[in-house]
Design a protein around this ligand. Structure first.
Ligand code: SF4
Length: 388
């Protein structure tokens, strides 16, 4: 593993960049395959956390034989501890629109949708005004592509791409079986590229700056930079764009309060890294990937309370469609409460870990599958705080 020094960069919030309409105009003078090949070459992976190569996603969708295709922006930022898409949408929304328009041009889509988190409705007025202007300008530039905004209703599960499509189609937001994947059958059953807010900005910025500038940053497996939402026990809470590939230790030296005992990388569904592993853990796809949430905990925090909060969250947000997640989340929560009260022995935690691992393989979608990440990493590293 390559270890990178923590370096702050400025691709996403870049104030001196070319006008975003000019970025689109320049892109549509090129062949779609050239743009897609650039994205593949750049190594850009989806910034939502799953890390699928963006260029390949676009290529697979372009290659589908369908007269109707869609571009969807997942702006349903709901992972606890994540608040950076809000800032991107508030300050550089036209960069997101530019990425969507370039995507539409590349895959042959005429319509794009942005699905905005219900709690971000306060941004709607500003976004709609900016979007009206953007749509008119790209039409005048000769690109037959139109973006619309849709608002969610506050369900965390609608950040899962297939549940998002269901919601966008006016149905109850529940995950679908996969395959088929969105590149084949996404929104309205048509081939769809769905990327998150930040990923679309990077596609526009790679078009603007060129591949080389992006590839200068990060590591072989984690090219480029990423926007992080940093919260918890830190004197520097906020939003930062940082190079990928830094160790948790480097991160803590920059953002910790001198007493950091754990960092939750990737929000509630991510992994908890204890102090003894700070040095060996890379933040990136070769280590622990993150959709952007980084929560720091110092010695004043009870990791039992942290885990209990996460499990209450998952129990509340489980859509209830599949048994492993619907029942599993509740049983994990009840289980740690029973251990904490002394009604169950410490050894019961090992049984609960087996349940969490079975959810990882048996739950239908990422929500139920990822509960094991915080559960096992907190139990394994902070067991003494969980037991009676
Ligand atoms: S894993 Fe949970 S959220 Fe996903 S489909 Fe099953 S019950 Fe719903």
């Amino acid at each position: 593993m390559e270890n990178k020094l923590l370096k702050k960069v400025d691709l996403i919030f870049c104030k001196t960049c070319q006008d975003d309409i000019e970025v689109v105009k320049k892109a549509i003078t090129r062949h779609p395959d050239e743009i897609i090949n650039d994205l593949i070459d750049s190594g850009l992976k989806g910034r939502g956390g799953a890390g699928f190569p963006t260029g390949l996603k676009w290529k697979f969708t372009k290659n589908q034989d369908s007269a109707v295709k869609y571009v969807v922006c997942n702006a349903d930022e709901g992972e606890p501890g994540t608040f950076k898409d809000r800032e991107i949408l508030d300050t550089v929304a036209t960069k997101v629109f530019a990425g969507m328009a370039i995507c539409g041009y590349c895959i042959g889509a005429k319509e794009g949708y942005m699905y905005l988190r219900g709690e971000y409705n306060f941004l709607l007025k500003k976004l709609n005004a900016s979007l009206d202007e953007f749509n008119a300008k790209i039409k005048a530039a000769g690109l037959d592509f139109h973006i619309q905004l849709r608002s969610g209703s506050g369900a965390y599960i609608c950040g899962e791409e297939s549940a998002l499509f269901e919601s966008l189609e006016g149905k109850r937001g529940e995950p679908r079986n996969k395959p088929p994947y969105p590149t084949v059958a996404g929104f309205m059953g048509k081939p769809t590229v769905i990327n998150n807010v930040e990923t679309f900005v990077y596609t526009a910025m790679i078009n603007h700056f060129g591949v080389a500038k992006f590839k200068e940053l990060g590591t072989t497996d984690s090219r480029g930079s990423k926007v992080f939402s940093i919260s918890g026990d830190t004197p520097k809470a906020g939003i930062y764009e940082l190079e990928l590939g830094m160790s948790v230790d480097e991160f803590v030296k920059e953002f910790g309060d001198g007493d950091t005992k754990a960092v939750q990388v990737g929000g509630a569904s991510g992994h908890c890294v204890p102090r003894k592993k700070f040095n060996d853990t890379i933040i990136g796809f070769e280590g622990i990937p993150t959709g952007g949430s980084m929560m720091l905990f110092n010695s004043s925090r009870s990791m039992y309370n942290v885990l209990k909060d996460y499990l209450e969250f998952f129990t509340e947000e489980s859509c209830g469609q599949c048994t492993p997640c619907r029942v599993g989340c509740q049983q994990l929560l009840k289980g740690i409460e029973a251990v904490k009260r002394g009604e169950r022995p410490a050894s019961y935690l090992e049984e609960l870990k087996k349940l969490a691992l079975s959810m990882k393989v048996a739950a239908k979608c990422g929500l139920g599958q990822s509960v094991a990440n915080p559960f096992i990493s907190i139990i394994d590293n902070f067991k003494e705080e969980i037991i009676y």
